[in-house]
Design a protein around this ligand. Structure first.
Ligand SMILES: C[S@@+](CC[C@H](N)C(=O)[O-])C[C@H]1O[C@@H](n2cnc3c(N)ncnc32)[C@H](O)[C@@H]1O
Length: 322
């Protein structure tokens, strides 16, 4: 059954009138590039809009080249089986350029409702809009103002997003609210592993880098990426990998191993911009995230670090109470 689309400010159903989504009180939301925008077009996630439209295909799986990183991460972290998802309504929050949307649309027969607060939705639509249009419903919307009634979804997932929201707890609450009672919510996020987590070039430099214009930050990364990649590899190969945390570049050990040299550089550029540009970067202790789910009415059925392919993620899975 289709999910009703609502104005999150008054819960009134939205219908298309003259090309705009319109509620019973006459409030309207534009449809731009084929995507309803139930949010301020410009907001604190603009860096992600820039990033995902520039690197729109960089992290997409390409089966023919043996790149199946997103597929492995989605199914390993969620523990879901593709066949069980047929006709289920799945909510994805913070879809970026759509690496996981693509996996859901291609590998399952689920109906996918996907949102991102930034114009990354344009990249997602470009990448995935034609795969299964009848099963794909994409919106620009915030986790705090989702255009769906509470208790709607059979599955909810949110990967790589929560640390970039201003209030981690309220973000968890928003996800739990949208799940049906008895349904599962799965999240992954940056974890605080110990006192050393924030002793890292990222957290030392972010107060400055997040204030730079996107263009200036891109230029700085462009000018420095080659020596940073070289130094990272030298330290790693010579047994001083622990020191790579002081190089202001993304952790390249987490990239798929079968990237070409050009692809590896593109991933390094993308992930370095991704670590220095966001307004918010709030890693959490896994146990604190468990408590947040319990506070907002969900029983945690798994928490910990899940390994997949070359990567790993801090994951919490929870079932909303009946
Ligand atoms: C690091 S990206 C991850 C994207 C995608 N999940 C992936 O792993 O490729 C984080 C995404 O979260 C989105 N985001 C941040 N705050 C959000 C909010 N309040 N509501 C919805 N999406 C948000 C950003 O726009 C961005 O696309």
């Amino acid at each position: 059954m289709l999910i009703t689309i609502i104005n999150p400010k008054n819960n009134s159903p939205l219908n298309i009138v003259d090309g705009k989504l319109t509620d019973n009180e006459g409030n309207t939301f534009p449809v731009i590039n084929g995507i309803p925008r139930i949010a301020d077009i410009e907001n604190y996630t603009d860096n992600f809009g820039v990033q995902w439209n520039k690197f729109d295909t960089t992290q997409l799986d390409r089966e023919r080249d043996g790149l199946t990183h997103s597929n492995k991460r989605l199914f390993a972290e969620s523990g879901w089986c593709a066949d069980d998802l047929t006709s289920k309504n799945i909510l994805e929050v913070g879809s970026g350029a759509g690496r996981f949307s693509k996996v859901v649309l291609e590998c399952t027969k689920a109906n996918l409702y996907s949102v991102d607060y930034s114009d990354a939705v344009s990249a997602n639509y470009k990448n995935n809009g034609q795969i299964a249009p009848e099963r794909f419903h994409l919106f620009q919307a915030s986790i705090y103002e989702l255009p769906f009634p509470d208790n709607s979804f059979d599955k909810v997932f949110c990967f790589g997003v929560l640390q970039h929201t201003p209030d981690f707890q309220l973000s968890i609450k928003a996800l739990v609210d949208k799940a049906k009672p008895g349904s599962e919510i799965v999240v992954d996020f940056y974890a605080i592993k110990g006192w050393w987590t924030k002793i890292h070039a990222k957290y030392i430099l972010r107060p400055i880098t997040k204030k730079l214009s996107h263009k200036s930050l891109m230029t700085i990364i462009q000018k420095n990426i080659n020596w940073m990649m070289w130094l990272f590899d030298v330290l790693q190969l010579s047994g001083f990998g622990v020191l790579t945390r002081f190089i202001p570049i993304a952790d390249m050990r987490l990239f798929p191993k079968n990237l070409t040299i050009t692809e590896r550089k593109e991933w390094a550029f993308l992930d370095t911009f991704d670590m220095f540009s966001p307004e918010y970067d709030n890693p959490q202790r896994i146990i604190d995230v468990v408590k947040m789910f319990e506070k907002y009415g969900a029983d945690v059925n798994y928490y910990g670090i899940i390994e997949y392919d070359e990567g790993s993620g801090a994951v919490v899975r929870a079932i909303k109470k009946n």
